[in-house]
Design a binder for this molecule. Sequence first.
Ligand code: SAH
Ligand code: SF4
Length: 412
Amino acid sequence: MLETLTTPKFEIDVNAGTNSLAGLDRAALATALGSVGVPERQQRMRVAQLWGWLYVRGVTRFEQMTDVSKDLRGALAASFTLDRPEIVAEQVSVDGTRKWLMRLPKRGHEKRAPEVETVYIPEADRGTLCISSQVGCTLTCSFCHTGTQKLVRNLEHQEIVAQILLARDRIGDWPGAAPAGDPRLLPVGDRKITNIVLMGMGEPLYNFDNVRRAMSVAADGEGLSVSKRRITLSTSGVVPEIERWGREAQTMLAISLHATRDELRDELVPINKRYPIAELMAACRNYPGVSNARRITFEYVMLKGINDSLVDARALVKLLAGIPAKINLIPFNPWPGTRYECSEWGQIEKFADYVNAAGYASPVRTPRGRDILAACGQLKSESTKLRASERNAPAATLSNQGVADMPTPPAE
Ligand code: SAH
Ligand code: SF4
């Protein structure tokens, strides 16, 4: 029992500018409980109670936490909320892909509340949530729309977890909740979000600590329970952090390779000038836990006339020899103002056939959510540029922005 409940005006470090507990890890929750007078010796037990309500049941009101004493619920409600980020726009693609533009609370001296995007991609046997780690990006990959935006700031760990909570709210992916949207477009199993990919806005290894804390909340077996084998971090190649990520976070790894020669990769993925291909490959060979059962994914964007010849395919296979690898060929998603074009569909198939013949299963995925600009590399910039009235326009109106010259894959 709590003898004294003090509710001083407080601000917990990770939470400046907001007082929601939703998304916090155990350490931050303990700090929050301490701030309302929960003695240290009780904090672990109280955190465990909150944990189930927050991350197994997804409650949004303290009064739903029926095994938490009334006094504590009252004290928590007086100081905190369980609010999610505000949804600025929600779009649903004809293929069931959903995209949310979320407004984060202002922190510190921010004049404008930053906005980030999160994308949900349902398939028959899985549901993948693509989450953002930064607002904007410090890197400037020449084919990436996010890369045209300066870094606004890193996301806090809470804000990264909150993307998962908000997506689960909107899909109806909590026990007892009714699934939202067309059920034919949702995965068949109980869980609608089975996989997480850190492939949204930003370079996750440049926000290492927050991303690591967030993924430990996501993978926690008493909470959100997304297995680490179903979490994939994608990096443009921040070589010095790769080994540490594997050791500390133990998730799957994806590398944005895109070129097999330093000269070309310097141009496409400029971080290559600092950490060239040979160093990147060495980091992959040494990635903790890598094996044939836990392969590294190499992402390769198909750019017409730039990196899509059979000579390139051969070089790719040669480069990856000896590394347990999967290859993910991504048709380039164009955006307004880009100087690149997506490879012809026939060329993508030839490239894929070569890579397949070399022993890599590399199905070329039909790009998802193109009509709502939710495909790889299309995130954020479009949304910030659009006026509110345009954002709320139906997906069909947005579909002709930047995607007009996409090649269409043959029907499956
Ligand atoms: N910053 C990280 C993760 C986010 S990008 C990284 O670069 O790995 C996720 C993937 O989408 C990366 O492989 C990225 O290179 C790719 N990508 C970026 N812009 C793209 C575009 N316009 N079309 C297709 N893929 C793109
Ligand atoms: Fe940043 Fe990744 Fe885009 Fe490169 S591809 S600019 S690292 S988000």
